[in-house]
Write a protein that binds this ligand. Structure first.
Ligand code: GDP
Ligand code: MG
Length: 442
């Protein structure tokens, strides 16, 4: 699997001082296989590997970084780049209503995403939102949107199977304008496979309503097949963005790379659950970590299994699985275990970037000292505070800082870092736990 392959990459390159044509070619073969397993489409992998090779050649191996780490670093950076670098937000800058058209195959998650997006825009941007269904083939689809709109607490423009999609959408725009809606979300029909009639219909609809955003909704579980669907939709419509759904399942996220590569359009959101709250802004860097970093956590756990404290690692995995989350007690245990495993330097090897950062933004020889300070701060907290860090308000922070002999800012920094780690652990719990468990039993 991906983990073993990346571990192999690290091993292959250990002890070399520089990345060269000869020492990276084996490693890149492993990266290629890893990406194939992550369901990235072949032509995308080819271009990607070529780009990584070009960047990696001659890259100096600085300080304590091994060539393996340096190469993974290049892969991570390149992958982040390929997925757009930074998050790309919705463009709603137009004369209201800002019309957003949803396109995609049946079952991709369009109707659900309309509900999620409506809720998000209403709650986080205080927009007045109207939704309308142009799925005139299935009365149940219109009913579904009505239900979703009620759940999201937004307005629903009724339509019927007797009408034409453009007529429905134009009437909805008119209504939205008269009732001062900021945003109109237009849901559409999809087929099980791409067909001419569907493409013609949505092109016509697009031309009639001139949306400011045309979002292609695609199921991440489609893996490589997402490429063909994305290409067809991208040729038929001037897409402005992509929503990648069902990333809460087993999908490895390879589709994010493929779809971006094929369409050149940014993934703007990811769907992470059936509930209306399950929509998140897409962050290329995090996705690259997901595709690459999960394995690093696994090898960390494996290391723990071999030498130090299997029971604790197992308890941690169980805890993650039960959804109880990762608290400061766990954070402290992890730091203690890291120390047992031979100091931070050895471990930086195995940690995904954010995790390493969360462990104290450590560099050079200051690592162990920084770890001791973190332990000092956590030791100054009560068990209740460690279990529920949100309890820690200003006066408690002052008490903890005094107890640990540090500044309040350092306590704040630790809490922020912990929060980030906790978020990451949650996403591992959702996406990668079965793998994690398997790795530990194996
Ligand atoms: P549409 O045909 O494109 O409108 O797709 P729907 O919105 O009806 O969704 C199809 C199925 O996928 C439904 O069962 C949804 O609950 C489910 N679904 C949609 N988005 C997600 C997601 O992000 N995660 C999960 N797990 N399920 C989703
Ligand atoms: Mg639908």
């Amino acid at each position: 699997n991906l983990t073993q392959r990346l571990a192999g990459v690290m091993k292959t390159l250990r002890g070399e001082a520089r990345l060269t044509e000869s020492n990276i070619s084996d490693a890149l073969r492993e990266v290629r296989l890893a990406l194939l397993e992550a369901d990235v489409a072949l032509p995308v992998i080819k271009d990607f590997i070529a780009a990584v090779k070009e960047k990696a050649l001659g890259e100096e191996v600085i300080g304590s970084l091994t060539p393996g780490q340096a190469l993974i670093g290049v892969v991570h950076k390149e992958m982040t780049q390929l997925m757009g670098g930074a998050n790309s937000a919705l463009n709603l800058a137009t004369q209201p209503p800002a019309v957003i058209l949803m396109a995609g195959l049946q079952g991709a998650g369009k109707t659900t995403t309309v509900g999620k997006l409506a809720k998000l825009l209403k709650e986080t941007q205080k927009k007045k939102v109207l939704v309308v269904s142009c799925d005139v083939y299935r009365p149940a689809a219109i009913e579904q949107l009505k239900t979703v709109a009620a759940q999201a607490g937004v307005d629903f423009f009724p339509s019927s199977t007797e009408e034409k999609p453009e007529a429905i959408a134009l009437a909805a725009i008119d209504w939205a304008r008269k009732h001062y809606h900021d945003v109109l979300l237009v849901d559409t029909a999809g087929r099980l496979a791409i067909d001419e009639a569907m493409m013609a219909e949505i092109k016509q609809l697009h031309a009639a309503i001139k949306p400011v955003e045309t979002l292609f909704v695609v199921d991440a579980m489609l893996g490589q097949d997402a490429v063909n669907t994305a290409r067809s939709f991208n040729e038929a419509l001037p897409l402005t963005g992509v929503v990648l759904t069902k990333l809460d399942g087993d999908a490895r996220g390879g589709a994010a790379l493929s779809v971006r590569h094929v369409t050149g359009k940014p993934v703007k959101f990811v769907g992470v659950g059936e509930k209306l709250s399950g929509l998140e802004a897409f962050h290329p860097e995090r996705m690259a970590s997901r595709v690459l970093g999960m394995g690093d956590i696994l090898s960390l756990v494996e290391e723990a299994r071999k030498g130090v404290d299997e029971e604790k690692a197992l308890a941690m995995a169980k805890k993650l699985k039960s959804g109880k989350g990762f608290d400061l007690n766990d954070f402290k245990d992890q730091i203690a275990q890291m120390r047992n495993m031979g100091g931070m330097a050895a471990l930086m090897d195995k940690l995904p970037a954010q995790f390493a950062q969360a462990a104290g933004q450590l560099q050079g020889g200051a690592e162990d000292k920084a770890v001791r300070r973190i332990e000092g701060i956590i030791n100054s907290m009560t068990p209740a505070e460690r279990a529920k860090p949100e309890l820690i308000k200003a006066s408690r922070k002052r008490r903890i800082a005094t107890g640990a002999g540090v500044q309040v800012q350092e306590v704040n920094r630790l809490l922020n870092q912990f929060e980030q780690t906790q978020k990451m652990m949650k996403s591992f719990a959702k996406g990668g736990l079965s793998k994690l468990m398997r790795g530990m039993k194996g």
